[in-house]
Unconditional design. Structure first.
Length: 340
């Protein structure tokens, strides 16, 4: 390609290594910008697809860049010709980069969806425990743990029997003095029960049904999967410049899919029956909550409560989950002192 004729001083070259500037002559050869000193020796060659139009200067001048090197173009005809050639050559490269970015984004989203499923069962216990503690502290900042010893022993014994029925190594139960009818599984084999749930449970079988449901989530590694997906979304959001605080406030912590909730319901019945306990409590609890029109957080995203009630409906065969004195101790766990 022929460049407009211009005096040698119309283009000034900066090599990026010294402070000096050099008058040069420019030519194009096979999509390459050739830079020659006025004595005819070559200063450098720049592939056009690696050249940036880094600045447009006053007076129709332009600055081209290649790494640390710079060329100031002073001839308006030369500016028009070279900048058009650079932009035309870089357009396919930019399109390829854009396509690559789209592919990378698609792969990233797919990874965010599938990797948590693969990684959740492999999460080290120490990391899972730490994530569980962070989750509880962030969801219920400053909440008081209920420390009634007899009530805690009763819940630990019940959780242990349910976990053993599912061949889990163990599940820890924490009761928080929060007046909300809710419970949730968090990473690290831990179930958090809120005081409001105990108060809303009309008998020990109802509480046992909800506890079994949450242990069902533990059995399927749902808490670890949820937090890994949430962390992944946060990392992805940070890459695209989203406000992480706003993102976190819009995500519902421990919100599981319909399939995950159904699987936890089915697991709850299996765990209760496997432990030899009556399994009708979960269905009755769902019915009771539905009648009052006050679904807890773990039901609010799943409006088809009626179908869940039908699927969990079962007879009352089996032992009572707790002895009367144990149930009384659980009901008093937030009023009792550590000494029970």
């Amino acid at each position: 390609m022929t460049l407009p004729a211009s005096p040698s001083g119309d283009s000034r070259y900066f090599d990026g290594q010294t402070a000096g500037e050099h008058a040069v002559m420019l030519s194009l050869l096979a999509e390459t910008l050739c830079i020659q000193f006025v004595d005819g020796s070559f200063a450098a060659t720049w592939p056009l697809d690696e050249v940036d139009v880094s600045a447009e200067l006053p007076g129709g001048r332009c600055l081209l860049a290649h790494g640390a090197e710079r060329i100031e173009l002073c001839n308006p005809d030369l500016v028009r010709t070279l900048t058009a050639a650079v932009r035309r050559r870089r357009r396919p490269r930019l399109a390829l980069l854009a396509a690559g970015a789209v592919v990378a984004a698609v792969v990233s989203v797919a990874a965010l969806h599938f990797l948590p499923d693969l990684a959740a069962p492999l999460l080290p216990a120490s990391l899972a425990n730490g994530l569980g503690t962070i989750a509880v502290d962030s969801l219920f900042p400053g909440a008081r743990a209920c420390t009634g010893q007899l009530g805690q022993q009763a819940l630990d014994g019940l959780a242990g029997r349910l976990a053993a029925a599912g061949h889990l190594p163990g599940v820890r139960v924490t009761v928080l003095d929060v007046p909300v009818a809710n419970a949730m599984a968090v990473p690290g084999g831990r179930v958090v029960v809120l005081r409001g749930l105990i108060e809303r449970s009309r008998d020990d079988a109802m509480l046992a049904g909800v506890l079994a449901h949450e242990i069902g989530h533990e059995l399927h590694h749902d808490p670890e999967r949820a937090v890994l997906r949430q962390l992944g979304l946060g990392v992805f959001a940070s890459l695209v410049g989203a406000d992480l605080g706003r993102l976190a406030s819009t995500l519902v912590a421990w919100s599981y899919s319909r399939a995950a909730e159904d699987a936890a319901d089915a697991a709850a019945l299996d765990l209760l029956r496997g432990a030899g306990l009556r399994a009708d409590g979960l269905s009755r609890f769902l019915q009771d909550i539905a009648r009052h029109g006050e679904p807890p957080a773990w039901l609010s995203d799943h409006p088809d409560t009626a179908s869940r009630i039908r699927r969990t409906a079962t007879g009352a065969a089996g032992r009572e989950p707790l002895r009367p004195e144990e149930w009384a101790a659980v009901q008093a766990i937030c009023r009792a002192t550590t000494g029970g």
